[in-house]
Design a protein around this ligand. Structure first.
Ligand SMILES: [Zn+2]
Length: 395
C-alpha cells in the first residue's frame, strides 16, 4: 500500500463520518478490502477539508483496489461535492450495475445516485430512488429529508405532507409546525382556484396540526371575508391580535377591509386602539393617525400622535423640544403641525414595512412563509421599526 495513503488517513482513524452516520446501527459485515474500515469511514472529514488531495489519494487507491466499493462510494461523493455531477452519476450507475454487491452496499449506492439526480435537477429519477431507499430503516431519515426538499421545490404539498409524517416517525422530530405550513400551501392553492370547501378543509387540518397557526388563522379570516362573513372574519383575525402581536401590522389591513365592507370604520378605530395597547409599533400608530385624518378628525389625530410621542421613550426628549417651541417657534397646535409631526415620525422610523428571517437574517419587503434565504418555514416576521439615531438631544 502507498504509504502516503496511510499517512493521510491515520490521524482520522478514530473519527466517524457520513458513512458511519448513514449506515446508522446496521450490523457489522466483512469488508472485502485490505484497507482498514475505520480509515474509510473517516474519509469524509478529509474530503471536506482537502478535496484535491483526497481526490488524488482516492484515484491512486482505486488503481490498486479497483474492486473496493467503499473507495468508489467515497469518490462518487467527492465528485458530487465538487459539482462534478456527471462523473458522480456515472460512477454510481456503474456501481449499481455491478454484480455481487451486498444489499447494504447497493442501498448506499442507490442513495448516493438519488442525491446525484437531485443535484442534477432530475427530480423524477431522484424521487423514485429515494422512495425505494427510504424503505430501509437506516436510510429513512436521510431519504425523507431529501425528499422533503424535493417536494418543496416542486410544490408537491401532498407528497411533502406524507414525507414529513414519515420523517417525523423515523427521526422522532416534532414536525407539526411544518405540516401546518404545507396544509396552508394547499389551502392557498384551493382559495386561489375558488375551491372554498376544500380550502376550509385544509385550513382545519393546518390548525389541527398546529393550534393557533398564524397563517391558517389569517387564511380562515380571508375565506370568511370572501363569503361576506365579515364579523366571523374579524373574529379569526382578532385571535392573531392576542396570540401574535408582532403580526398586527399585517392583520390591520385585512380587518380594515372587513370593517369598511360593514360600514363600521368607528369599530375599526377601536380595534386599532386595542392593537396599539398590545404592540406599541409606530406603524400601527401612523395607521390610526391616517384613519383619524380620513374620517375628518385632524385635531384628534394630532393630539393622539403627540400623546403617543410623549409616552414613547425614544421620543420623549424630542417631543419636549417641539412642545417648548425651541428651535424656530414651532406651534404644535397649528394646522400645519400635524403634517410636520407625521413627516418627522416617518423620517425617524421609516415608512417602509420590511420583513426579516430570525434564522438567517434575510430581509425583504414582502412576507415569506418559507424564507428564500435559508428555506426555513415560519421564521420570517416583520422587522422591528427602525430605532431612533443614537445620541442625546440637548434641551
Ligand atoms: Zn432565513
Amino acid at each position: 500500500m502507498n504509504p502516503t495513503w496511510l499517512l493521510l488517513l491515520l490521524p482520522l482513524a478514530a473519527a466517524s463520518g457520513w458513512y458511519a452516520a448513514l449506515r446508522g446501527s446496521r450490523s457489522p459485515r466483512t469488508v472485502r478490502s485490505d484497507i482498514p474500515q475505520a480509515y474509510i469511514k473517516s474519509l469524509n472529514l478529509l474530503l471536506n477539508e482537502q478535496q484535491d488531495k483526497a481526490l488524488d489519494v482516492l484515484i491512486s487507491a482505486l488503481e490498486t483496489h479497483e474492486e473496493t466499493v467503499e473507495i468508489q462510494l467515497a469518490l462518487g461523493n467527492l465528485f458530487r461535492r465538487r459539482g462534478e455531477i456527471e462523473r458522480a452519476t456515472q460512477l454510481h450507475q456503474n456501481l449499481i450495475a455491478r454484480s455481487g454487491l451486498e444489499p447494504d452496499q447497493r442501498l448506499l449506492a442507490l442513495y448516493e445516485l438519488g442525491q446525484d439526480y437531485y443535484k442534477a435537477g432530475l427530480f423524477d429519477r431522484a424521487e423514485s430512488l429515494l422512495l425505494e431507499v427510504a424503505e430501509a430503516v437506516e436510510y429513512s431519515e436521510s431519504a425523507y429529508r431529501l425528499l422533503l426538499q424535493l417536494y418543496e421545490q416542486e410544490k408537491e404539498w401532498d407528497n411533502a405532507i406524507d414525507s414529513a409524517k414519515r420523517l417525523s416517525e423515523a427521526s422522532g422530530e416534532d414536525l407539526t409546525g411544518l405540516l401546518a405550513q404545507y396544509y396552508c400551501e394547499l389551502a392557498e392553492e384551493r382559495m386561489a382556484s375558488g375551491m372554498y370547501q376544500e380550502c376550509a378543509g385544509f385550513i382545519n387540518q393546518a390548525l389541527t396540526s398546529e393550534r393557533n397557526c398564524t397563517r391558517a388563522l389569517m387564511q380562515s379570516g380571508r375565506l370568511r371575508a370572501i363569503k361576506n362573513e365579515h364579523l366571523l372574519a374579524i373574529r379569526e383575525w382578532t385571535k392573531i391580535v392576542n396570540l401574535h402581536p408582532e403580526m398586527l401590522t399585517d392583520v390591520v389591513g385585512l380587518v380594515r377591509q372587513s370593517y369598511q365592507s360593514l360600514g363600521r370604520l368607528s369599530d375599526y378605530r377601536k380595534f386599532l386602539e386595542r392593537c396599539i395597547e398590545l404592540n406599541n409599533d409606530v406603524r400601527l400608530m401612523m395607521t390610526l393617525v391616517d384613519l383619524l385624518i380620513e374620517i375628518g378628525q385632524p385635531n384628534q389625530a394630532r393630539n393622539r400622535l403627540l400623546t403617543w410621542m410623549r409616552n414613547t421613550d425614544s421620543l420623549k426628549s424630542l417631543t419636549g423640544l417641539i412642545e417648548s417651541g425651541t428651535g424656530g417657534g414651532f406651534d404644535y397646535r397649528s394646522d400645519r403641525s400635524l403634517d410636520f409631526l407625521i413627516d418627522l415620525v416617518s423620517v425617524l422610523f421609516g415608512k417602509t414595512r420590511s420583513y426579516e428571517c430570525r434564522n438567517c437574517g434575510f430581509k425583504g419587503k414582502s412576507m415569506h412563509w418559507q424564507c428564500p434565504g435559508c428555506k426555513n418555514w415560519n421564521s420570517t416576521g416583520p422587522s422591528r421599526a427602525a430605532p431612533l439615531p443614537t445620541g442625546k438631544i440637548d434641551r
